[in-house]
Design a protein around this ligand. Structure first.
Ligand SMILES: Cc1ncc(COP(=O)(O)O)c(C=O)c1O
Length: 399
């Protein structure tokens, strides 16, 4: 099969075909890897390129200063994901946001943190470090499809629990934490003084995100997956009431409103205090351009279409009779992260390679051996999904 030759978009609505045509890497393959690295629209790439040139002439030459990039991006992120601009810190990845929150506690020996069995290493490995340095215990709850979030967390809580850190949308089974459930969880944790962190790497751009309603203290996200932004962009949302309780582990110029060399300083009054060091302004401008692009396409249309395509994929997978659905089927909990389990003994790495090289279908193996993921974004098509599920179904047989 020739790269990009066979996956027709002609049956898709005009707005999808038009948007797709603006994303070069969405048409050179059946691109189901948004859950890893999202392909950017040309306008985003152009914005980064333009500002890389400007950045390299400013700020020495003040005509090329990029001073509006960060405040504008914080404002747009806040508006889009329902936070106050003072609750947004710009980061370079989800992991950076997770680490800012994870290392913000004055951990003591015997403290506990709750994570789940559906996390990315980004929400596991920092906890290993904290465990090994401070003697913190990690408890893992079961967030397989069909388990009860609140019961799972309740059963894991101890008087020494200080934080719960789970994915808003799991990269491993696609389960989305329902906003109302998340709010209940927040209401359970807050009076106990337990902090609540959501790993939102797979959230924004894939499912609607309302930071205020989710109730989390921290929400760590990135621009480089479902938001189709430049690589190395992210944001950490910090609930206003938590600003002063969130200890700073990394600080530098950019964290303070003022400082002198006689040990005086005043931290920024907002979450921008968690930012430090030289900023990736060109990439951040591209992040803002990606949000503007998504806005123009239409958040509502994007989310509805992802859900329709997920439902279509579920139907196709069921039709094979051989693939088991790992992701939730119900609308409230499903997302564009669509995961199936191959028949026992199937070699998922071989399948991954065969799909990529022979069929130009880009998917991903995930945490559990034998599970395979298609990250289905709005620009994907029914014909790509049909081809992918057929190839996954055939894959193990042809070995
Ligand atoms: C759920 C989840 N969390 C965190 C990450 C890491 O993201 P980043 O590269 O933005 O740090 C990923 C990346 O795939 C992810 O899927």
């Amino acid at each position: 099969m020739q790269a990009g030759a066979s996956y027709s978009a002609t049956a898709e609505p005009d707005w999808v075909r038009k948007a797709r045509a603006e994303i070069p890497a969405s048409t050179t393959a059946a691109n189901f890897q948004t859950g890893g690295i999202g392909p950017s629209p040309v306008s985003v790439l152009d914005e980064v390129a333009r500002n890389l040139h400007r950045e390299n002439r400013g700020p020495a030459d003040t005509r090329f200063r990029l001073e509006r990039v960060e405040p504008d991006l914080r404002t747009r992120l806040a508006r889009t994901f329902r936070a106050d601009p003072s609750e947004v810190a710009l980061t370079h990845s989800t992991t950076e946001g997770i680490c800012i929150a994870a290392w913000s506690v004055d951990w003591r020996r015997g403290d506990e943190v709750v994570i789940s069995n559906q996390e990315h290493p980004a929400n596991v490995f920092p906890w290993y470090q904290i465990r090994d340095r401070f003697g913190v215990r990690i408890r893992e709850i079961n967030l397989d499809t069909g388990t009860d979030l609140l019961k799972e967390v309740q059963a894991a809580l101890r008087p020494s629990t200080r934080m719960v850190s789970i994915s808003h949308v799991s990269r491993n089974n696609g389960r989305r934490i329902v906003t109302a459930e998340s709010a209940k969880l927040a209401a359970l944790l807050r009076p106990r003084g337990i902090r609540y962190l959501l790993d939102g790497a797979q959230g924004p751009g894939c499912v609607p995100v309302n930071f205020g309603e989710l109730g989390a203290d921290y929400y760590a996200a990135c621009g480089h997956k479902w938001l189709l932004g430049p690589k190395g962009t992210g944001a950490l949302f910090v609930r206003k009431a938590m600003l002063d309780q969130t200890l700073i582990s990394w600080a530098g110029s950019h964290s303070t409103e003022s400082m002198d060399y006689a040990s005086n300083f005043k931290l920024l009054p907002s979450a921008a205090r968690f930012e430090f060091g030289t900023r990736a302004l060109a990439e951040f401008s591209g992040f803002d351009a990606a949000l503007r692009w998504m806005e123009r396409v239409g958040w509502q249309r994007i989310h509805s279409r992802i859900d329709e395509l997920a439902e279509f994929a579920i139907g196709r997978a069921r039709g094979t009779g051989r693939l088991t659905l790992v992701s939730p089927e119900n609308t409230a909990e499903r997302s564009g992260v669509f995961v199936v389990r191959l028949p026992r003994g199937a070699d998922v790495m071989k399948l991954y390679q065969r799909l990529g090289t022979e069929k130009r279908i880009l998917g991903s193996p995930v945490r559990r051996d034998g599970d395979f993921r298609l990250a289905i974004h709005f620009f994907n098509t029914r014909s790509e999904i049909t081809a992918a599920i057929q190839a996954i179904d055939e894959g193990p047989r042809s070995g």
